[in-house]
Design a protein around this ligand. Structure first.
Ligand code: GRF
Length: 197
C-alpha cells in the first residue's frame, strides 16, 4: 500500500481528483495519510476533512524563522511514515532537507508542458498568462519528480491541451485542469503505487 502525503495551498481540485481516483479505483494500492497546507483557509483542507483524512495547517507565519518552519514541516511529514509526497499546488519553497530525505519520493503537478513556462515566477494563472502571451497553440500539464531545482526533475507524465480562440488565462487554466491535471496526477500516483514509474 502506497502511503501518501498531499501538500496543498489552495482549492484542492487536484487533491479531489486523487480522492475520487482512490474511490473509483483508478488509483489502487494507495492511501492518503495526511493533507498539509501552509494556508489555514485552503479549501483543500475541507476536502480532506470531508473525506476523513487528517488535515494539518503548518504555516511559515506561525514560526519565528523559515528554518524552524522547514523543520516543523519535515517533522510532521515524518510522523506519517509516507512513501510519497505529492505537491498539488503547494506554493511554499520545498526545504532542501526535505528534497534530500525524500529523494525520488516527491512528485509535483505543473500546469504547462515543461520545459515551457516553468521555473521561478511560473505558478497558477501566471503560467497560462505566459502561454497566451507567447501565442502557443498547445499547452498542457506535467507531473514530474521533484529535485533540488524548480520544476526540473525527471518527467513522469504529460498531457497536451489545445489553446482555443478567445481563451482567457482563467478559461485556459480550467481546461488544463479538467483535461490534463486531474487525469495525469492520479495516473502518475497509480503508476508509482503499482511500480510503473
Ligand atoms: C493547479 O493549477 C496546479 O497545476 C498548480 O496549482 C494549482 C492547484 O490547484 N500547481 P488546486 O488547489 O489543486 O485546485
Amino acid at each position: 500500500m502506497l502511503k501518501i502525503a498531499v501538500l496543498v495551498s489552495g482549492g484542492g481540485t487536484n487533491l479531489q481528483a486523487i480522492i475520487d481516483g482512490i474511490h473509483d479505483k483508478t488509483i489502487t494500492n494507495t492511501e492518503i495519510k495526511v493533507v498539509i497546507s501552509n494556508n489555514a483557509g485552503a479549501y483543500a483542507l475541507e476536502r480532506a476533512k470531508n473525506n476523513g483524512i487528517d488535515a494539518v495547517c503548518i504555516s511559515p507565519k506561525n514560526f519565528e524563522s523559515r528554518e524552524v518552519f522547514n523543520d516543523a514541516l519535515l517533522e510532521k511529514i515524518d510522523e506519517y511514515g509516507v512513501d510519497l509526497i505529492v505537491l498539488a499546488g503547494f506554493l511554499v519553497k520545498i526545504p532542501e532537507k526535505l528534497v534530500e530525505k525524500y529523494a525520488g519520493k516527491i512528485i509535483n503537478i505543473h500546469p504547462s508542458l515543461i520545459p515551457s513556462f516553468c521555473g521561478v515566477g511560473y505558478y497558477g494563472l501566471k503560467v497560462h498568462e505566459a502561454a497566451l502571451a507567447r501565442g502557443v497553440k498547445v499547452t498542457g500539464a506535467t507531473v514530474h519528480y521533484v529535485d533540488s531545482g524548480m520544476d526540473t526533475g525527471p518527467i513522469i507524465l504529460q498531457k497536451a491541451v489545445y489553446v482555443e480562440d478567445g481563451d482567457t488565462p482563467e478559461i485556459l487554466q480550467k481546461r488544463v485542469m479538467e483535461q490534463a491535471e486531474w487525469k495525469i496526477l492520479p495516473q502518475a500516483i497509480n503508476m508509482i503505487a503499482n511500480q510503473k514509474a
